[in-house]
Design a protein around this ligand. Structure first.
Ligand code: SAM
Length: 245
């Protein structure tokens, strides 16, 4: 082969490799997604079903929502571990079991209007949105609220509304709510949230001092508006912050 044909064939080879590399990238992304799906399946079986979560809608949602898309890049490989993970600004995405357990306790159906206080990464809101009619979620830290809102939009969770503000005061424009979930520990049950809970509605909220063991409380409002509370388990959440403290 003379020099001319050598140059031509090397150039053609380089061109061919460059042309197929995006396809190779697509195969890689595809196999990554398969790995995450199998990690998610393991998480649901070992951490959720084995610990007693039975609600099929909750199990389906936990099986569907890509938790690895809600954690910072450096934590992606731990996204399906049995632990909360840091999401920046001193905040965390809750442990998968706690997300599933709190969701199950709310007794949601496809007509439910839900309020979440503490959007964080948006993961809990995504889980709720797979079951409920609409999810309104409030985050006090703007640097978390905005990316969570964009992430939920990008992943096409169309029935979630995100706002930045102090969730202690609820979201009166979208009240009353069939269910309220608070994902940060409050010193007491916020009266504005009790007011925005529908008759027959349920709220789940961790109550207790910051960075101590807190009680996860189920609050029920009966059809006559009477409130009852029940202690479900000990938990450890980041504190509910804001001016009310
Ligand atoms: N649900 C979140 C998720 O799925 O990633 C995790 C929530 S993290 C445990 C608690 C969140 O509550 C934090 O993002 C924190 O900034 C937020 N928060 C604390 N006090 C708040 C308040 N008064 N109003 C709204 N959000 C608050």
């Amino acid at each position: 082969m003379n020099k001319f044909w050598k140059i031509i064939s090397i150039s053609a080879l380089i061109f061919f490799i460059a042309a197929i590399s995006p396809v190779k990238g697509a195969f890689k992304a595809d196999s990554d997604e398969k790995t995450f799906t199998s990690m998610r399946k393991g998480m649901v079986n070992k951490q959720i079903i084995r610990r007693g979560v039975r609600n099929e809608d909750v199990i389906r949602a936990m099986m569907t929502v890509p938790r690895h898309r809600f954690v910072p890049k450096g934590w992606v490989l731990m996204a399906y571990d049995d632990t909360p993970l840091p999401i920046g600004y001193g905040q965390t995405i809750s442990q998968p079991y706690i997300v599933a357990y709190m969701t199950e306790i709310l007794n949601l159906d496809k007509e439910s209007q839900v309020l979440e206080v503490g959007t964080g990464s948006g993961y809990q809101a995504a889980i709720l949105s797979c079951i409920a009619k609409e999810v309104c979620t409030i985050e006090i830290i703007p640097e978390l609220a905005e990316p969570a809102s964009l992430r939920l939009k990008k992943l096409d969770y169309q029935n979630v509304k995100v706002t930045c503000g102090d969730g202690y005061y609820g979201w009166p424009e979208h009240a009353p709510f069939d269910a309220i979930i608070v994902t940060a520990a409050a010193g007491h049950i916020p009266p504005p949230l009790l007011k925005q809970l529908k008759a027959g509605g349920r709220m789940v909220i961790p109550v207790g001092g910051p960075f101590m063991i807190q009680n996860l409380i189920l609050v029920e409002k009966d059809n006559a508006g009477k409130i009852t509370t029940r202690n479900l388990m000990s938990v450890r959440f980041v504190p509910l912050t804001g001016k009310h403290e």
